[in-house]
Ligand binder design. Sequence first.
Ligand SMILES: NC(=O)c1ccc[n+]([C@@H]2O[C@H](COP(=O)([O-])OP(=O)(O)OC[C@H]3O[C@@H](n4cnc5c(N)ncnc54)[C@H](O)[C@@H]3O)[C@@H](O)[C@H]2O)c1
Length: 314
Amino acid sequence: MIKKIAVVGSGTMGHGIAESFAMYGYDVNIYDIDDARLNAAIEEIREELELLSEEKFIEPHVIGAALQRIKTFTDLKKTVADRDYVIEVVPEELELKQRLFQELDGYSPPHAILSSNTSSLKLNDMTARLGDERKQRVMVNHWYNPAHLMPIVELSFFGNMPESIYAEVEQLYAGIRKQTVKVLKDVPGLVANRIQQGVAREAFSIIEQGIAAPEDVDKALKFGPAFRYATTGQLEVADFGGLDIWCIVGDNLLKVMDNSQSSNNLLRRKVKEGKLGIKTGEGFYKYRKEEIPEIRKKFMKKLINQLKASAFYV
Ligand SMILES: NC(=O)c1ccc[n+]([C@@H]2O[C@H](COP(=O)([O-])OP(=O)(O)OC[C@H]3O[C@@H](n4cnc5c(N)ncnc54)[C@H](O)[C@@H]3O)[C@@H](O)[C@H]2O)c1
């Protein structure tokens, strides 16, 4: 049974992953390359836990208890030496991850299950330097941002591991209230990101063609399809509507919709102009610098409310 966790990398995703495990009672070691990054991660975790408490998602005493369960390290060997489960959350570079897995293999106990939060690298490539025994205990465990709020974690089941090891990890995630998605093939983007890119391609294209303003496109999504999607999946929606209707509408619409094989040109232009979204003050919308912290907080609060409501969805 998995009890002791290690999170390697404490950045955007790593700190939230460590927070999620600690919040639900797990003892977590976090590694990063220097103390400054680790201190920043702990501060972020504290702030996020405080917001969860303000919003009455957790009891106030959980903040201190969760923080006490997290230990920080700049020595990889010490981070993982006694761990049952290790997740790597370092930058998306194949060579870096290959090297890291080799080190983790050497430093972790033989029974430890190793995993990667990669968004786009192949499991087989990342584990190329490992022996057959260890390969049976390595998987992709892909979280969504912000990790402590988004309930989904995609788990690979690509044929390299026995069902019993998969079941152990599935159980671990059930214990921290995550919804796991079993992914059977090592395809880029797994499941959720592929669906998201399909929606984003059409949304960007609608803006590019001047069919509607950004506010209206977002409204159409939030109060149209996405309103249902939070409670009812696409395949359930299709069954409710009738597959005959979906077939006719698909034949009529898909031929006039965007089917490009690369990112939208308007998006590319904005990137060239330095309009990267909230981090530069402009993307599809404009943001005043002084209002950005409040906008970020509001985004988190909406997700917390959604998370509370989602307890009733499954
Ligand atoms: N950001 C997202 O929205 C998101 C979502 C899902 C998955 N991912 C994946 O998670 C992983 C991490 O992404 P992130 O956004 O948290 O990155 P990030 O740059 O915010 O954090 C990476 C952290 O790893 C640390 N690190 C630890 N060991 C390192 C080493 N040996 N060399 C370099 N850095 C080291 C860095 O110092 C940094 O703190 C990537 O594989 C990414 O594809 C990211």
